[in-house]
Design a protein around this ligand. Structure first.
Ligand code: ACO
Ligand code: ZN
Length: 281
């Protein structure tokens, strides 16, 4: 599959139809060869099966009985819902999601061994069903303490705070596991911007509250953000000094306020009391 990708980096599918939206694609995705001649693909927004023709989708919609992603609903707050899908129990869904996501992810090599992953699907729900807004994937067991493999907000929903919600959610899961986490590298430009924004806001708010009397380790314990990511974030804000062989946080309240203002809006908040979840075993 990777070979195939290397040789044909040309964008194949130019647009997709998904729920209410027609969406222009960004990158090549290695759909099975029989879809190579398609410019447009029609997705069922619930099971993510894809078809070449609109009539096929219409026929499918009459018999598809899903109204939300498969798997367990682990979070519901207002109209926002999160579903956890085990790639091993829902292989077809996992593959469909990977094909779809690759259309918007450039330098990520997607894993088609979906068995090893959990998928967290964020939905906006109404009386017609739960409509996918974005998702992230997570390895069931990560040696490198990755708490997120791939993240995507579908283009019609971007820049509304869903990305930061997904990132915050990934750290809430890490907190429940009692582990620190970090996103898999490399990050895309948009991925880095979103993470940097999230880390900055979360860390500055704690520093402000604790009047900067916290060490990097303490910040890591409170946030589940890996120490390396805390260090680079704070170094980027020029809040770190190196004293007697140690990195120390030096932040004057006025400087913190200035950075907080510049950090922009926060995302949509995760209400932890609405998260019903136990770590994968
Ligand atoms: N231009 C400039 N800044 C942007 C843009 C943009 N188009 N999009 C996001 N940002 C920055 C902003 O700082 C924004 O915060 P702000 O709106 O307060 O200024 C911040 O990122 C996050 O914005 P959100 O609305 O919370 O995020 P969004 O829902 O747009 O999702 C995401 C961000 C997931 C990265 C999205 O852009 C996306 O899906 N991109 C395509 C796939 C991708 O690149 N994924 C990351 C790959 S790396 C990995 O998977 C580990
Ligand atoms: Zn379907």
């Amino acid at each position: 599959l990777r070979e195939h990708e290397e040789f044909t980096k040309v964008k194949n599918i130019a647009t997709i139809e998904l729920g209410r939206y027609g969406i222009e694609t960004w990158y090549f995705s290695p759909f099975p060869p029989e879809y190579n001649d398609c410019v447009k693909l029609y997705f069922c927004e619930f099971c993510l099966n894809f078809m070449k023709r609109k009539e096929q989708l219409q026929r499918h919609m009459r018999k598809c009985d899903l109204k939300h992603p498969p798997g367990d609903e682990i979070y519901r707050s207002g109209t926002l819902s999160m579903f956890e899908v085990d790639g091993k129990k829902n292989k077809v869904y996992g593959h469909n999601l990977c094909y779809l996501a690759k259309l918007f992810l450039d330098h990520k090599t997607l894993y088609y061994d979906v068995d090893l992953f959990l998928f967290y699907i964020l939905c906006e729900c109404d009386d017609r069903g739960c409509h996918m807004v974005g998702y992230f994937s997570k390895e069931k067991h990560s040696e490198e303490s990755y708490n997120l493999a791939c993240i995507l907000t579908l283009p019609p929903y971007q820049r509304k705070g869903y990305g930061k919600f997904l990132i915050a959610f990934s750290y809430e899961l890490s907190k429940k596991e009692g582990k620190v986490g970090t996103p898999e590298r490399p990050l895309s430009d948009l991925g880095l911007l979103s993470y940097r924004g999230y880390w900055t806001r979360v860390l500055l708010e704690i520093l402000k509250k604790h009047k900067s009397n916290v060490a990097i380790k303490g910040l890591s314990d409170m946030t589940a953000i890996k120490s390396d990511d805390i260090l680079t974030t704070l170094q980027g804000l020029d809040l770190i000094q190196y004293r007697k062989g140690q990195h120390v946080i030096c932040a004057d309240p006025k400087v913190l306020d200035r950075h907080l203002k510049a950090a922009g809006r926060g995302g949509l908040d995760v209400d932890v009391s609405k998260l019903i979840w136990t770590p994968y075993k």
